[in-house]
Design a protein around this ligand. Structure first.
Ligand SMILES: Cc1ncc(COP(=O)(O)O)c(C=O)c1O
Length: 491
């Protein structure tokens, strides 16, 4: 038996906001909520449009329009001569006690907890010293880039509106292939290259392709949080292999997890400690992959930014058969481009491409055209030379400032990248220091959370990519008293 809807009940649920044209959507939404929450049940008769209009003080045509919209959406039925009712085919919802409409608390799968933790841990730091990966204004997309971009936008509007090749623009893959062969010693053909929206996506594509829950991955300890959080969310077991001054020791990894399917490594510039993987360790890692038919994922995130000498050649170039190579333009151009790439071993290419398609149908097309021209016309190599010299100077200046202002602390020697590591004594709380510094307008990353287990290592990661000497000096002036204070109780 359907019940007659009490018009007073409808009106009592609040006054509709009468801001002219918005009255119909507002009434529709009110009725949808009432139906979905069980306040109105399947078969319930609604008041006539005339009565409801009077009740709400709105025009009758507004009520009629709202009813028509909800009939079209399937919430309401109109029967000739019987007025308008809540659609009888809708399932009945338990009416909540009282008038409050509370959102149900859904049972979420366990993965959602690790994803929510990622969302809170990955709040981007504001672009203040010493946030990481902020490109320097002097070197970020230059006038050549801007000119090429204008030309691309003006000349190819029709093509730019389509999906494009999900593997990446062929012209860009060719240009990238030339660059990777000559500058990174990577062995590849254009058909092995898959454009990504950055290394973070490349890591996801690789993990999705190679690993299933129950599999084990070897990761460096400490490691990039974007990798460990990703593997956690996918239910992958991790063996955290401690790194030493030569990088990851695969013999140790093999002892810890003999059947590991994949090793994720940063051979050119370990994140976050900064050393390269030594040649004996590289060869041992490649031999492990061959012996076990396992895979290596090489994250080459800022290898181009080596200052004193040429960049270290990629691991992939020694033997690429079992290596997925990941590169990014985030460090050397700008993270906002969301452009990176992977080089697939031929046997894995179809699966990696499938995973990349499922994670997003392709990278932004206009930027791919611009980047292809930027690489082909030689601007990228010139840009890299400029970036290296600007960042080398910023690194020198930050190092001098830190040594001068904090002579009791040690800076990890570094000839590469966009950040420095300031070691702290083990009794100092790097997480609390970062929190205090951020409250005073200085952004830092703590070292200790990059370790898997509670670890004695403490330190601060200071990005110097995008800041002037004046900004860095002012930030150090803020940082010094915070560090002095944190040190005092232990003196
Ligand atoms: C070690 C490492 N790998 C990967 C990434 C992700 O880079 P992308 O912006 O290309 O996704 C970062 C970003 O900071 C990183 O530090």
């Amino acid at each position: 038996m359907s019940r007659q809807v009490n018009m007073v009940e409808l009106a009592a649920l609040g006054v509709l906001k009468r801001d002219g044209r918005r009255i119909v959507p507002a009434l529709c939404q009110r009725l949808r909520v009432l139906i979905r929450s069980g306040q109105l049940q399947a078969g319930d008769q609604l008041p006539s449009s005339r009565l409801l209009a009077m009740q709400l003080g709105i025009s009758r045509s507004s009520v009629t329009s709202a009813y028509e919209q909800l009939i079209a959406e399937g919430y309401l039925d109109a029967e000739h001569g019987a007025g308008t009712r809540v659609c009888r085919a809708l399932p009945n919802v338990q009416k909540p006690s009282g008038m409050a409409i509370t959102a149900p608390t859904p049972a979420l799968p366990p993965r959602s907890a690790s994803l929510a933790a990622v969302a809170s841990a990955f709040n981007p730091l504001p672009a203040i010293p010493f946030a990481m990966a902020v490109p320097c204004g002097k070197v970020a997309p230059d006038r050549h880039w801007l000119r090429l971009r204008q030309r691309v936008l003006a000349s190819q509007p029709a093509q730019l509106g389509s999906y494009g090749d999900p593997q990446g623009l062929p012209a860009l893959r060719e240009a990238l292939c030339d660059y990777l062969r000559t500058s990174r010693a990577v062995h590849c053909e254009p058909d092995q290259i898959i454009l990504t929206e950055g290394t973070q996506q490349g890591l996801y594509v690789a993990a999705m392709t190679l690993l299933e829950p129950g599999h084990t991955a070897l990761v460096e300890d400490p490691a990039y949080g974007g990798l460990t959080a990703l593997l956690t969310s996918l239910g992958i077991t991790m063996a955290h292999v401690p790194v030493d001054e030569q990088g990851i020791d695969i013999a140790r990894g093999e002892q810890m997890a003999p059947g590991a399917q994949v090793a994720f490594v940063t051979p050119s510039h370990h994140y976050p400690l900064g050393m390269p993987l030594s040649m004996p360790r590289r060869l041992a890692l490649l031999a492990w992959a061959q012996r076990n038919q396992s895979w290596i994922v090489e994250d080459d995130y800022d290898s181009e930014l080596r200052f004193g000498s040429p960049p270290f050649p990629a691991l992939q170039g020694i033997d690429g058969e079992r290596v997925i190579y990941l590169g990014t333009f985030s460090k050397v151009l700008a993270p906002s481009l969301r452009l990176g790439y992977l080089v697939a071993p031929p046997a894995l290419k179809p699966a990696l491409l499938g995973a990349r398609i499922l994670l997003g149908r392709g990278s932004p097309l206009a930027e791919q055209h611009v980047l292809a021209a930027y690489l082909k016309q030689g601007f990228f190599n010139a840009h890299l030379r400029r970036v290296r010299s600007v960042y080398a100077k910023a690194r020198d200046n930050l190092l001098a400032m830190l040594t001068d202002a904090l002579p009791w602390l040690t800076v990890q020697p570094s000839d590469q990248g966009m950040h420095l590591l300031l070691w702290l004594p083990p009794e100092m709380d790097d997480v609390a220091i970062c929190r205090q510094a951020l409250a005073r307008g200085v952004a830092l990353r703590p070292l200790s959370p990059t370790y898997a287990e509670p670890h004695h290592a403490r330190g601060l990661l200071l990005g110097f990519g995008g800041f002037t000497d004046e900004q860095m000096s002012a930030a150090i002036a803020v940082l010094v008293p915070i560090l002095e204070m944190a040190r005092t109780p232990h003196r």
